[in-house]
Design a protein around this ligand. Structure first.
Ligand code: TXA
Ligand code: MG
Length: 323
């Protein structure tokens, strides 16, 4: 049985104590809820993989209360320091070489010579990390491959009974995961679009970022090239220009006529609002659509610039053929 901890001094203290004792505690960040464990505790980190059903070769992000704390564990390049100054606390993750004294478990970094680090924003998140005083690894708090959680109830829906507690930090402000940039190679590479836009990141870096093959660049990517992720139970149909009566509709802007079950990401076409409502919308349409016997979720086009890049990336993966 999983405890629901409230966002008050006692809830925070309990969450920190459980993490210190090697427990698994989910907590809210500005992006999504993460499933936290003490990054230095091999057993606790291994338990995250078991609870999520996550493949062991997929490494985790370590979370810190400050950039100084992060840069004890990884080698800070000048560019890393600049990006930290500009975007932390906030939804940016940097992949950097581990330092010689790095205390992050090799289980969390899948044996790689690098580690992914970030300083999340949000008062409760910051307070929790400060109370812990050690790095906290946290993948999104959902069973592997499923839709990420943007509130405490989403976490319980997927992981109740498999983790020790969830600290209720309210709904997530940003709603999509952090942007990941790899700074461990010759040139910076965007590994995942997210809450910090590519435009803002390129402006801060002063260079164009390399995008790995198969990533969500300006050209539409075939879902077949990517592995299924963020998957609801119902199949997802992208860039719909019409909707059938037996489909649910994930709308953006003025909704298409024809569906009785609609979740509008943003009636006004605001990408920030759309990101914050994305995962809750996929969950709602999936659950309610399934209850009503609908056959799928049609998604109206979302532009690929700004936060739309991260939204489209998640939708493309949600639409991937399931293994
Ligand atoms: O917003 C977020 O980043 C959320 C919150 C909880 O902080 N966390 C999150 O974690 O999205 P997760 O596990 O769902 O995604 C972590 C990603 C994975 O795609 C993983 O492959 C990548 O980070 N990653 C972690 N360490 C890495 C490394 N050393 N090199 C390359 N990629 C790495
Ligand atoms: Mg995830």
């Amino acid at each position: 049985h999983t405890r629901l901890l409230h966002n008050d001094p006692q809830g925070l203290a309990t969450a920190a104590a459980m993490l210190r004792a090697g427990g698994l505690v989910a907590f809210g960040t500005e992006t999504v809820y993460g499933l936290g464990a003490d990054a230095g505790n091999d057993t606790a980190v291994a338990a995250i993989y078991t609870a999520k059903g996550r493949p062991g070769h997929n490494p985790l992000i370590s979370h810190f209360a400050s950039a100084d704390a992060a840069f004890e564990q990884v080698e800070a390049t000048p560019l890393a320091r600049r990006l930290a100054e500009r975007f932390w606390p906030g939804p940016l993750t940097m992949v950097l070489p581990r330092t010689a004294r790095c205390g992050i478990s090799a289980v969390a970094t899948a044996g790689l010579p690098t580690a992914a680090v970030r300083v999340p924003a949000g008062q409760t998140t910051q307070a929790l990390l400060a109370a812990c005083g050690f790095p906290v690894v946290a993948p999104s708090a959902n069973p592997s491959g499923r839709v990420s959680p943007s509130d405490a109830q989403h976490v319980l829906a997927g992981l109740d009974g498999r983790i020790d507690a969830v600290l209720d930090c309210g709904p997530c402000r940003v709603g999509v995961e952090s942007t990941i940039i790899d700074l461990s190679r010759d040139v910076p590479v965007l590994l995942r679009p997210g809450g910090i836009t590519l435009e803002a990141l390129e402006a801060a870096c002063g260079v164009m970022l390399a995008l790995p093959a198969g990533s969500n660049d300006a050209r539409p990517t075939a879902p077949g090239q990517l592995s299924s992720h963020y998957a609801p139970g119902l199949p997802v149909r992208l860039d719909a220009h019409s909707v059938a009566p037996d489909e649910a509709l994930l709308a953006f802007g003025p909704p298409l006529p024809g569906s009785a079950l609609v979740w509008n990401l943003s009636a006004t076409g605001d990408l920030h609002e759309a990101a914050a409502r994305l995962f809750a919308g996929l969950r709602f349409l999936d659950m309610e659509g399934h209850r009503r016997g609908l056959v799928g979720i049609a998604v109206q086009p979302v532009p690929g610039h700004g936060l739309g890049r991260a939204i489209r990336d998640r939708l493309i993966r949600a639409a991937c053929p399931r293994p």
